[in-house]
Ligand binder design. Structure first.
Ligand code: ZN
Length: 81
């Protein structure tokens, strides 16, 4: 695996900034009603809530719920360099 150096970072690095390698991982949300379906974003959002909430529906039982994030989503985890 190639390890990049600081000169290759777009925008450069500040004195106290340091780099670390990450990899993306997908995160999905299991329905808390049937325990089997996956909660999927319907695209309908409640913008009047603060913070806004995203409507989701279960892929199996149609249970509806609102979350602060849109699932499935991508997070990053640190990889040892
Ligand atoms: Zn369900």
């Amino acid at each position: 695996m190639r390890i990049f150096n600081e000169n290759e970072i777009v925008g450069g690095l500040g004195e106290l900034e340091e780099i670390y390698k990450v990899e993306p991982i997908g995160v999905k949300y299991t329905c808390d009603k049937c325990g089997e379906g996956e909660m999927l974003s319907t695209g309908k959002n409640n913008w009047s809530a603060n913070p806004p909430q995203f409507e989701h529906v279960c892929s199996i039982c149609n249970h509806k719920d609102y979350f602060f994030e849109k699932y499935p989503l991508v997070r990053f985890r640190t990889v040892q360099m």
